[in-house]
Design a protein around this ligand. Structure first.
Ligand SMILES: CC(C)(COP(=O)(O)OP(=O)(O)OC[C@H]1O[C@@H](n2cnc3c(N)ncnc32)[C@H](O)[C@@H]1OP(=O)(O)O)[C@@H](O)C(=O)NCCC(=O)NCCSC(=O)C[C@H](O)C(=O)O
Ligand SMILES: [Mg+2]
Length: 266
């Protein structure tokens, strides 16, 4: 099965063990939904969550839906991967990926596209190899902050190198990439600022933890009306080679970027 993960602005996480959240996620308007079996689910609920996730993905979704399995060093990983293999999930998310081997194994066992969470120092170091085997990269900023022993506040600046490495690796491999989650549930301004920064860094979209983050995420990742208007003018004006356009030099790559932006806006 193949699913196109490009052009997706939002990926909404929720615990597979929470039926009310599952119901809400169907109508949240996110571009992707990820039913979590890992950190959002208590140990006592792992088996029930796995069953619930398989049942949930079997019914109709308005967008591609994934299951995030537990990490490969855990007792639940094998059963999770087996369950995903027999499920209708469109893709699978693997946490704490520190090299391509686990992705290749999960791909072989499930036959589904595998999105890799890069959320350890080693994972960032190996982001290039991981990206080659992944269907998409997802920055796991909470785990990464913990792995880097960052203080609990003001972590984002310290993550810049890792975030840029993830974007570079994804782009070099021609894969989409998603920024990490914003933990503060009641801080729309902070969310929008971080989502805008993610777009500036080059991410395709952002992972989310609450339905109320979907609309501001889409707003942050949507091209601005003035960007669309400029791109339309630029494409119309392009004549090949270097030329002057509204006081700036443009060449082929600017035309291609404008075409990508227009495609995204559509
Ligand atoms: C964080 C939450 C536990 C907060 O829950 P709560 O206080 O109950 O939220 P609300 O009262 O505002 O909920 C209102 C209704 O919305 C539904 N809801 C809440 N969150 C979601 C969601 N993510 N998707 C769908 N629906 C959701 C509630 O069920 C309420 O519905 P109703 O009862 O019918 O009114 C909660 O938001 C939550 O669980 N969020 C997701 C947590 C999660 O999935 N975490 C794992 C991914 S994050 C991560 O691990 C990133 C990475 O690995 C890293 O390292 O950074
Ligand atoms: Mg994590």
């Amino acid at each position: 099965m193949s699913v196109n993960l490009f052009g997706r602005r939002s990926a909404l996480f929720l615990p597979a063990s929470n039926p009310r959240a599952v119901a809400k996620a169907r109508e949240a308007g996110a571009d992707l939904v990820i039913l979590d079996l890992e950190d959002a689910v208590k140990e006592a609920d792992k088996d029930a969550a796995r069953v619930a996730a398989v049942a949930a993905v079997a019914t109709g979704w308005p967008c591609p839906v994934a299951i995030r399995v537990n990490g490969f060093v855990t007792d639940w990983h094998g059963a999770d991967v087996e369950a995903v293999a027999g499920s209708s999930a469109d893709f699978v998310v693997v946490p704490r990926v520190d090299g391509p081997a686990v992705l290749q194994e999960v791909l072989a066992l499930t036959g589904k596209p595998v999105a890799a969470m890069v959320e350890t120092a080693l994972g960032v170091r190996r982001a290039w190899e991981i990206a080659e085997s992944a269907a998409a990269l997802i920055a796991g900023t909470n785990d990464l902050a913990a792995d880097l022993r960052l203080p609990t506040s003001g972590r984002r600046p310290a993550l810049q190198t890792a975030l840029q490495t993830i974007v570079l690796a994804a782009r070099a491999a021609g894969k989409p990439c998603f920024d990490g989650v914003y933990n503060r549930l009641d801080d729309p301004d902070g969310f929008s600022a971080e989502a805008g920064e993610g777009r500036s860094l080059g991410f395709d979209g952002k992972t989310l933890i609450h339905p109320n983050q979907v609309a501001p995420c889409h707003a942050a990742f949507a091209p601005l009306p003035e960007e669309v208007a400029r791109a339309e003018r630029l494409v119309a004006a392009a004549s090949g080679g270097a030329q002057r356009f509204e006081g700036e030099m443009i060449e082929r790559m600017h035309v291609e970027a404008a075409e990508r932006l227009l495609e995204r806006a559509r």
